[in-house]
Design a protein around this ligand. Structure first.
Ligand code: PAF
Length: 287
């Protein structure tokens, strides 16, 4: 496995490949990332007999952090990340410094449409999807992958990237990888490391709340009677009573994340974000 830091070294490492599969990350890898890496490896190996290449990037992207968010404290575990990537089928790790990726302030940015990017995560983290879209677009230009794998854990992010690729006619196939969960059901996340032991035991309640809402939505749809605002409010109230500070718990259409108010035959998804102590967790569940 090659580890490269500069664009020039990456271009040298990216020999002409029959197919290039890419997994962008911010490091501090857990099994969820490694699942994505394995998916990329498998796609590269099954789609072409020889010459399939996998690339992962590790870059904590300042552009997607708000002024009071955890950019400075975000865990950097580079050596361990590289070992894990090597053991999970990665050929090239691209880990640029800020100077390498943003040699001058990034003034050209990708602004995804408000109806997709200013709702849910975007409403609570203004500018987040501008930062994500800008860095992913830039990484796509640098790595020039044929396909890229993103986790469904960041459901809205995956949708924003899919729309960007479609709207900008980028010749890249986007694949969504399922969320990896701990045994109790908590979605794996780099930010779980911030939780105290008590908070970690409590953290599963977010996925439980989403599960209950998904079950209620299925039952309501089947009965032809679904009061979505009442279900969403009840879920938030229940979490608040346990000491959480929920930003949203909501039932949406999968295809554009637009709200649902009553029975709906379209594929749906429940999404939630809530703070437990100082740690903000997000999760989702397709209905
Ligand atoms: O999901 C992440 O880790 C980041 O948002 C990404 C896609 C690597 C962009 O910085």
């Amino acid at each position: 496995m090659h580890i490269v830091h500069t664009l020039a070294d990456l271009r040298r490492a990216l020999k002409p490949a029959a197919l290039r599969a890419f997994v962008p990350t911010m490091g501090n890898l857990h099994q969820g990332h490694l699942d994505l890496m394995q998916m990329a490896r498998q796609e590269a190996d099954t789609r072409v007999k020889t010459g399939g290449m996998t690339v992962a990037s590790i870059f904590v992207n300042r552009l997607q952090f708000g002024p009071h968010e955890d950019f400075d404290t975000y865990p950097r575990t580079f050596e361990r990340d590289c070992e894990l990537l090597q053991a999970n089928g990665c050929d090239v790790v691209f880990a640029p410094s800020e100077k390498d990726l943003y040699p001058e302030p990034q003034v050209f940015k990708v602004h995804p449409p408000a109806e997709l990017a200013d709702i849910l995560e975007g409403a609570f983290r203004p500018g987040f999807f501008v930062g994500v879209s800008t860095v992913v677009h830039k990484l796509f230009n640098i790595v020039q992958p044929d396909l890229a794998v993103f986790g469904k854990k960041d459901y809205q992010q995956l949708m924003v990237i899919c729309r960007m690729v479609q709207q900008m006619a980028l010749p890249i196939e986007i694949i969504g990888g399922d969320t990896r969960r701990a045994e109790d059901g908590l979605a794996l996340s780099s930010r779980n490391g911030y939780l105290s032991a008590d908070e970690r035991a409590e953290a599963v309640q977010l996925s439980k709340a989403l599960k209950s809402l998904a079950a209620a939505a299925r039952a309501g749809n089947a009965a032809g009677q679904l009061d979505v605002p009442a279900l969403e409010t009840a879920a938030m109230v229940a979490l608040r009573a346990r000491g959480w500070a929920p930003d949203y718990i909501t039932l949406r259409r999968q295809h554009d994340l637009s709200p649902v108010s009553g029975p709906c035959a379209e594929p749906l998804v429940v999404l939630g974000a809530a703070k437990l102590g100082q740690t903000r967790l997000i999760d989702n569940l397709e209905v």
